[in-house]
Design a protein around this ligand. Structure first.
Ligand code: PLP
Length: 814
C-alpha cells in the first residue's frame, strides 16, 4: 500500500463508486472515496478470516449486545492497518488534509455510554488477539440523539447518521431471517406421532444483515460486526401466515419498519417499553438463527453448537436468547428438552452490568404473552424444572423459591430477565472486582448460593489503540520513543516508563504533550461554546452520562464552594482550574436535565465574573461522544470518578483517563478500587464513604439536612442555588434539585461533600508542585496496563469461552 497506489484507488472510487470528477468532488466525496479504498484493503483480510472459519473446525465468540458504540471507523482502520502516513501523503497530493477528511465521518452512535463502548472495545481486542468473533446487534436508523445546549438546557436532535450513507457497512440481502411475533400456540402430532407444540404467530418481520469489518491491529484477522435491520415482509409472506387482511398487512409493514428505527436513549434504568422488547427479541432471534445456519453450512450436527459458538449476553437485553435457543432446538430442530437445555447452558455466558435494583430488567407478563406466547410457555417450563430441582436438591423453603423464580409474583406478574440469564448460562460475571463481589451479596445472592461455581469477575478494559495510539498521538510517540511500541498490544510494558518518572527531561516532555493536548481541547471548546480556557490551568474533567448516582452535582458544589471562597476574598491564592463537564441525560430524566442546566448556569455566572474568572472557569462540552472523547481524555489533568460507592459497576472512562496520564479523584467504587491498587494509593486522590458505610448510614436513617446544618460552606452553596443567584433570580428552576438533596439525597451527595472538598484542597496542593504532579501522572500511565481490553478479552476467551487464537494467513492470489 504505497501512497501512489492509494491515490489511484481514491481517484478510481471517486469516478466509479461515487460518480463525481475530482474537480467537482466535495470533502465528503473524498472522505467516502478514501473510506472505500480502506475498505478494499480490509476486504482481503475479511475474506481470509471467513475462509479460515469455514475451512477449520474453530470456535467463534459471539458477542450479543443491544448496543455497539463504535466511534468513527476511518482513523482506527488506518491505525490498525498501519497505513496512516501513506494515506496522509496520498490525500495531500490531491489537495486534501487527512484530518479534514477524518472530520467528515458521522459517528455511528449506536449506544448510550459505557455498556455500548465496552462492546466496541471488545470487538477491537478480539480481532487484535486473533480470535474469531462475531458482534451481533441492531442497526438503529437513528442512534443516540445529538445533544445541543440552548440557554443552558439540553436539546435532543435526531441522529441521522446514515444521511450521507455508510461506506463501512455491506448490506447482505442474502442473509435474512424471519422473526415472528404474537399469535398463539397449539398442539399437533408430528409424522412419528409424537405430541409437539407449534407457534402460530400473527406477524412476521424480516431481519437483514449489515456487516462491518473489524480489523485487528497489525494482524490479518478481520472479524465481523453484524447488525440487523428490520424490513417489511413481502405481501406473499403474509399469506403464509394466513393473515389475509390487507390493512393488517400494511399496519404490520409500519410496525416492522419501526423495530430498528431508534435506539432507546436510556442508560441504566430500562424503560420497559413494548417496542424495546420487540427490538431485543428481533436481534437475538436473527443472531441465533444465523449461528444455526452457519453450523448447517459446515455440515455440523446441532449437538456441536456449544463447541462452535460461545454466546455472551451483554447485560440482560439479549437474555431472551435463552428461551429462543430452546425454541429453535426443541420446536424447530426437535431435540429433547434435556438435550436442548444442556446445549443452551453450555452456550451462554451472562455479564451483569448493574447493581441498581431499579435497573434490573423485568417485563410484564401480559405483554410477554401477547408478543411471545411460545417463549412464555418455555420460560414457564424452564422455571418449573428449575424450581423443582431447587426444592429437591437444596431443600429450599417457599420464600427462597419465590425469590429465585423467573416470575416475580409480587403485584403485577413480571418476567425477571436477569434470572432467566442466570439459569440459562454456565458463567455469570460482574465487570469489576468490587461489583462481582457485591453481586454475590445483593441482586444475585440467591443464585450465588445455588451455583457459586458459575460466578466470576471480568474487570472491564478499554482498547489502547483507539484511546491512546489514535486519540493521543503525541503521548504515544513519546512513549514509543522511550520504551518501544510493544505497549500498544502489551500494555503491561508501560511499566517500563516507571523509572522515567524520575527523569526531569522526560517529565518536561510529558508536560509538553499534555499542554499541547489541552491547547487542542481548549480550541475545540472555544469553537463549540465560546468559552475560553487557559491550557496552563488544571483541567478538571467529568465526562459521562448524567446520572444522580454519578454525582455531577457533587462536582458543581465544589465549583460553587470555590466561587464563594473567591467572592469572600478575591485575592485568595487558589490554583486556577477549568472545570470541564460533558454528557447526555436521558430525555425523560427530569433531575439529570436540571443538573445540566445547573452546570451551565453556574458556568455563566463564574465565567463572567471578573472577581473569579481569572482562577475559575466552567465549560460544558455539548454532545459528548466517542469522537470528542478522543480529544477530551488525553487533555485531562484530573479525572472525576465520584459516584456513590457501590453504584458504578465498573466505569471505563476512569480507565481511559488513567491510561492518558490523568490523576483520579474518586470513591472506592467500580474499577476505581483496582485502579488505585495498581497506581498506588499515593498516586490517587481517594475520598468518600465506602460501600459498607453507605449501607450503614442508610440503614440508620440518613438525614441529609443535618449535613447542611453542620457545614457552613455546604449551607452557603445550597442557599446560593436556592436563592436564584445562578438563575437570574428564578428560585423555581433548581428547587426540585435542592429539595431532592435536602430531603432525600438518595446518593449521599451531602454525606460525602466535606470529604470531597477536603480532598480537592489536597489536589490543589499537589498541583502547585508540577514536577511531583508529572511524576504521579507518568506513574498512572505506567501502571494502568491492566485496564486494556486485551487483558479482559484474554480472560473471557480463556476462562469462559474457550476461544483460541487463530493466525490468519493471506494467500497470494496470483
Ligand atoms: C468511555 C465512554 C463512556 C463511559 O464513561 P464512564 O465514565 O465509564 O461512565 C460513555 N460514553 C462515551 C462516549 C465513552 O467513550
Amino acid at each position: 500500500m504505497s501512497a501512489p497506489e492509494i491515490k489511484k484507488s481514491i481517484l478510481d472510487h471517486l469516478t466509479y463508486s461515487i460518480g463525481r470528477p475530482p474537480s467537482l468532488a466535495s470533502k465528503q466525496d473524498y472522505y467516502k472515496a478514501l473510506a472505500l479504498t480502506v475498505r478494499d484493503r480490509l476486504q482481503q483480510h475479511w475474506v481470509e478470516t471467513v475462509q479460515a472459519y469455514l475451512e477449520q473446525d474453530l470456535k467463534v465468540a459471539c458477542y450479543l449486545s443491544a448496543e455497539f458504540l463504535m466511534g468513527p471507523h476511518l482513523g482506527n482502520n488506518l491505525l490498525n492497518l498501519g497505513i496512516e502516513n501513506e494515506v496522509r501523503q496520498a490525500v495531500k497530493e490531491m489537495g486534501c488534509e487527512l484530518d479534514e477528511l477524518l472530520a467528515e465521518e458521522e459517528e455511528p452512535g449506536l449506544g448510550n455510554g459505557g455498556l455500548g463502548r465496552l462492546a466496541a472495545c471488545y470487538m477491537d481486542s478480539l480481532a487484535t488477539l486473533e480470535r474469531l468473533a462475531l458482534g451481533y446487534g441492531i442497526r438503529y436508523e437513528f442512534g443516540i440523539f445529538d445533544q445541543e445546549i440552548r440557554d443552558g438546557w439540553q436539546c435532543e436532535i435526531t441522529d441521522k447518521w446514515l444521511r450521507s450513507g455508510n461506506p463501512w457497512e455491506i448490506a447482505k440481502p442474502e442473509i435474512t431471517y424471519y422473526v415472528n411475533f404474537g399469535g398463539h400456540t397449539e398442539y399437533y402430532r408430528d409424522e412419528a406421532g409424537a405430541e409437539r407444540i407449534r407457534w402460530v404467530p400473527d406477524r412476521a418481520v424480516k431481519g437483514m444483515a449489515y456487516d462491518t469489518p473489524i480489523q485487528g491491529y497489525r494482524v490479518n484477522t478481520c472479524n465481523t460486526l453484524r447488525l440487523w435491520s428490520a424490513e417489511a415482509c413481502e405481501s406473499f409472506d403474509f399469506q403464509a401466515f394466513n393473515t389475509g387482511d390487507y390493512y393488517g398487512a400494511v399496519d404490520d409493514k409500519v410496525i416492522s419498519e419501526t423495530i430498528t428505527k431508534v435506539l432507546y436513549p436510556n442508560d441504566e434504568p430500562e424503560i420497559g417499553k413494548r417496542l424495546r422488547l420487540l427490538q431485543q427479541y428481533f436481534f437475538v432471534s436473527c443472531s441465533l438463527q444465523d449461528m444455526l445456519r452457519l453450523l448447517d453450512a459446515q455440515g455440523q450436527p446441532t449437538q456441536r453448537f456449544p463447541e462452535k459458538f460461545a454466546v455472551q449476553l451483554n447485560d440482560t437485553h439479549p437474555s431472551i436468547g435463552v428461551a429462543e435457543l430452546m425454541r429453535l432446538l426443541v420446536d424447530e430442530r426437535r431435540l429433547s428438552w434435556e438435550d436442548a437445555w444442556d446445549i443452551t447452558v453450555l452456550t451462554f455466558g451472562y455479564t451483569n452490568h448493574t447493581l441498581l435494583p431499579e435497573a434490573l430488567e423485568t417485563w410484564p407478563l401480559p405483554l410477554f404473552r401477547e408478543l411471545l406466547p411460545r417463549h412464555l410457555e418455555i420460560i414457564y417450563e424452564i422455571n418449573a424444572r428449575f424450581l423443582a430441582s431447587v426444592r429437591e436438591t437444596h431443600h429450599q423453603d417457599d420464600e427462597h423459591v419465590k425469590r429465585l423464580s423467573l416470575i416475580d409474583e409480587n403485584g403485577e406478574k413480571r418476567i425477571r430477565m436477569a434470572h432467566l440469564a442466570c439459569v440459562g448460562s454456565h458463567a455469570i460475571n460482574g465487570v469489576a472486582a468490587l461489583h462481582s463481589e457485591l453481586l454475590k451479596r445483593s441482586v444475585l445472592k440467591d443464585f450465588y448460593e445455588l451455583w457459586p461455581e458459575r460466578f466470576n469477575n471480568k474487570t472491564n478494559g478499554v482498547t489502547p489503540r483507539r484511546f491512546m495510539a489514535l486519540a493521543n498521538p503525541k503521548l504515544s510517540e513519546l512513549i514509543t520513543r522511550t520504551i518501544g511500541d510493544g505497549w500498544i498490544t502489551h500494555t503491561e510494558e508501560l511499566r517500563m516508563l516507571e523509572p522515567f518518572s524520575e527523569d526531569a527531561a522526560f517529565r518536561k516532555e510529558w508536560r509538553l504533550v499534555k499542554q499541547s493536548n489541552k491547547q487542542q481541547l481548549a480550541d475545540y471548546i472555544l469553537k463549540q461554546t465560546g468559552i475560553e480556557l487557559d491550557p496552563s490551568w488544571m483541567f478538571d474533567v467529568q465526562v459521562k452520562r448524567i446520572h444522580e448516582y454519578k454525582r455531577q452535582h457533587l462536582n458543581i458544589l465544589h465549583v460553587i464552594t470555590l466561587y464563594n471562597r473567591l467572592k469572600r476574598d478575591p485575592k485568595l491564592a487558589i490554583a486556577p482550574r477549568a472545570f470541564i463537564f460533558g454528557g447526555k441525560a436521558a430525555p425523560g430524566y427530569f433531575i439529570a436535565k436540571r443538573i445540566i442546566k445547573l452546570i451551565n448556569a453556574v458556568g455563566e455566572v463564574v465565567n463572567n465574573d471578573p472577581d473569579v474568572n481569572k482562577k475559575l472557569r466552567v465549560a460544558f462540552v455539548p454532545n459528548f461522544n466517542v469522537q470528542n472523547g478522543q480529544l477530551i481524555y488525553p487533555a485531562a489533568d484530573l479525572s472525576e470518578q465520584i459516584s456513590m460507592a457501590g453504584k458504578e459497576a465498573s466505569g471505563t472512562g476512569n480507565m481511559k483517563f488513567t491510561l492518558n496520564g490523568a490523576l483520579t479523584i474518586g470513591t472506592l467504587d467500580g474499577a476505581n478500587v483496582e485502579i488505585r491498587d495498581e497506581v498506588g494509593e499515593e498516586n490517587f486522590f481517594l475520598f468518600g464513604l465506602t460501600t459498607e458505610e453507605t449501607l450503614r448510614l442508610q440503614q440508620q436513617g440518613y438525614r441529609p439536612y443535618a449535613y447542611v446544618e453542620g457545614n457552613s460552606e455546604l449551607a452557603e452553596a445550597i442557599r446560593l442555588i436556592a436563592s436564584g443567584h445562578f438563575s437570574h433570580g428564578d428560585t423555581e428552576v433548581f428547587r426540585p434539585l435542592v429539595d431532592n438533596l435536602c430531603q432525600s439525597d438518595p446518593f449521599l451527595v451531602f454525606a460525602d461533600y466535606a470529604d470531597y472538598i477536603a480532598c480537592q484542597d489536597k489536589v490543589a496542593g499537589v498541583w502547585k508542585d508540577p514536577e511531583n504532579w508529572t511524576r504521579m501522572s507518568i506513574l498512572n500511565t505506567a501502571r494502568a496496563g491492566k485496564f486494556s481490553s486485551d487483558r479482559a478479552i484474554r480472560e473471557y476467551c480463556d476462562e469462559i469461552w474457550d476461544v483460541r487464537p487463530v493466525p490468519i494467513m493471506i494467500k497470494d492470489k496470483t
